[in-house]
Design a protein around this ligand. Sequence first.
Ligand code: CTP
Length: 399
Amino acid sequence: MAELKDRKILLGVTGGIAAYKALELTRLLALEGARVRVIMTRSGMEFVQPLSFQVLSGQPVCTHLFDLETESRIGHIEVATEAEVAVIAPATANIIGKLAHGIGDDYLTTALLACTAPKIICPAMNVNMFENQAVQENLAKLRSWGFHQVGPDAGDLACGVQGLGRLAPVDEIVEKIRQVLTPQSLQGKQVLVTAGPTREALDPVRHLTNPSSGKMGYALARVAHRRGAEVTLVSGPTFLNSPYGVKEIRVTTAKEMHQAVVEKMVQVDVVVMAAAVSDYRPKVMAAGKIKKSDDNESLELERTEDILFRLGELKNNQILVGFAAETENLLENAKEKLQQKNLDFIVANDLTVDGAGFGSDTNEVTILWPGGEVENLPLESKEVIAAHIWNRVERLWQT
Ligand code: CTP
């Protein structure tokens, strides 16, 4: 993904059992093209070998401040000043204490003192240590200075007890890095996104639905959060993990989605309806499993709520964006929906195009505007498409 390619990341690894997870963090960052410079403390090296980080990052690992050879090749001040973001994962109580008190007695602490880039601290330690007043006050001090904190999570700890102290999941740390590196162009905005299909039950074991995976809506939610928006995601049933930092409301039916969205609409600045809402539901839901029989071959349906149409009626100052999923007459159908539903723009999806629409990680869309302008966007990942959509929403606020 574009946000991490060629970005310079300083990764500080300190001495905790979770140091092995920093290897995976390095691998994921390097996979996305980031330039990761690892600094290890002496106790960090007791848990994992610098060589492993060197192989995964493709760069020499900084360890000893007074090592003449390393210092002449990569000075600690250079390492500190070239970084665009510094991440300390895992961060022990010791490094947290040193940072909160301005101590610089090894490579990592001196580099961090000289580093003016945003810093992300990812604590991992025993629960009692984490809850210790000194550690809590040190962390509060760091946060008040602008440090970002990710985790710790609760769960089984290496010391055999349960509680707060596990290193945050590595993908959450990556997402935080992405967010810190992204311009906060949606800061202060309240955003509502819908995603996924809805399910309309026939009986307790069957339902009407569609193959929407939710990927487009989740990408929209992730990208908006990265840009600093406060995001609510109303999602139908999907197999996707909740996006980090996003408030998720899970629903099943069109009726539930309608209720959740209309309730939230008044509090938000923009709604993007990416959900594939079922247009019909069975008129009655059978209490028990419907048995097969020759006189039971048709199904009586009724229309569900057209949520977006209703939002178009309720619209006040909000920006309203819809999708149009089509298999024929893409532009005509999308234009009709744009007007009927009172939208600011509509994102039209030709479901017959390879790599576009339901289930895929990519999409190819056309954006239609009320003034008649039509924009064809090339096939891109759903995250890139999401970025294009938010760029256009931001542009509307600027005009
Ligand atoms: N939509 C909605 N409520 C519905 C159906 C659709 O809010 N009951 C929204 C979708 O989230 C999408 C837009 O309306 O943003 C267009 O959805 P689409 O399925 O393409 O069109 P429909 O309006 O359902 O019309 P048709 O099925 O006839 O194409």
